[in-house]
Ligand binder design. Structure first.
Ligand SMILES: [Fe+2]
Ligand SMILES: [Fe+2]
Length: 281
């Protein structure tokens, strides 16, 4: 990561701002632009939405090397190296999350959604930028940096296969992937705590709390768009997840956190790996 962060260019509209973030390759630049543009939107310095189209893939730094998910090392908590590797992987997810939030803003700007939609996703982008910074700070305190280790190349795939329909995007990204984070983060927090790494445990605790409103925004806008199209939300979610998500949803679910996000079990329980019918003989 370079120490030279360019000044954030003024943007005439929110979709231009989103594209500037997506087209920035250095993580520190994505973070600074995200904070700046989210504040511009919240403070009324950017008021127009515009119609700039996002790139097919966001720009990324030369490092980390991206590898297929199956090549990722197992992460162990008993060594600093293992914990750094885990936090590096989460930092990679947060960097993707910054781009996913801005892609949501720009790609679906033509849907005629109310300003609340843009408030929500610019707010999510600012949160994800802060999450990345918290994790980058941890890596630095432990003698590492984002880019030092290989990272998972599958994360943008959910965006690529849902770029044609906002309902598919909301179903797969906030309502599958981010919701999955609500399920898995408590165990990671516990393992960091058991390993005596309070620094990581506290960062992940702060992040986990802020992810609940992201899932809530996903559910809210999914239901909003379904209502606008006269579609029943739960069966529509089931259809999109079955058609486009590889694999089943993994139980157990963090039902309380999901419920706090307004995410009813009727959405996800029927898609659970545990809800498979018994094989017939
Ligand atoms: Fe996040
Ligand atoms: Fe998030």
């Amino acid at each position: 990561m370079t120490d030279q962060i360019p000044e954030c260019p003024a943007a005439t509209c929110l979709t231009a701002a989103a594209c500037n973030v997506l087209n920035a390759s250095e993580p520190a630049t994505k973070v600074r632009f995200s904070e700046s543009y989210a504040a511009d939107w919240a403070g009324g310095n950017i008021t127009a939405i515009g119609d700039y189209q996002p790139p097919g893939r966001p720009s990324r730094p030369e490092r980390p090397e991206l590898r297929p998910p199956r090549d990722m090392p197992r992460r162990r908590f008993h060594s600093v190296r293992g914990r750094v590797s885990f936090i590096h992987a989460i930092a990679h997810i947060e960097l993707n999350a910054i781009d996913l939030a801005w892609d949501m803003v720009a790609r679906f700007a033509g849907e005629g959604l109310p300003r609340d939609f843009f408030d929500d996703w610019t707010g999510v982008a600012a949160d994800e930028a802060r999450h990345f910074q918290l994790l980058a700070g941890y890596l630095k305190r432990n003698g590492a940096a984002y880019g030092d280790l290989p990272a998972h190349d599958g994360l943008w795939e959910a965006a690529s296969i849902t770029c044609d329909d906002i309902l598919a995007r909301l179903a797969l990204v906030p309502m599958v992937l981010e919701a999955r984070g609500l399920d898995t983060t408590p165990a990671a927090i516990r393992k960091f705590g058991e390993a005596g790494d309070q620094d990581a445990a506290e960062i992940l605790t702060a992040i986990a709390e802020e992810e609940i409103p992201h899932v809530a925004a996903g559910v809210r806008w999914f239901e909003h768009v379904c209502a606008a199209r006269g579609m029943e939300p739960i069966s529509t979610y089931h259809r999109f997840v079955r058609e486009r998500f590889k694999g089943k949803l993994k139980a157990p679910f963090a039902a309380d956190a999901r419920r706090s996000a307004g995410f009813d079990p009727a959405y996800y329980e029927p898609l659970s790996a545990l809800s498979d019918p018994e094989p017939s003989h």
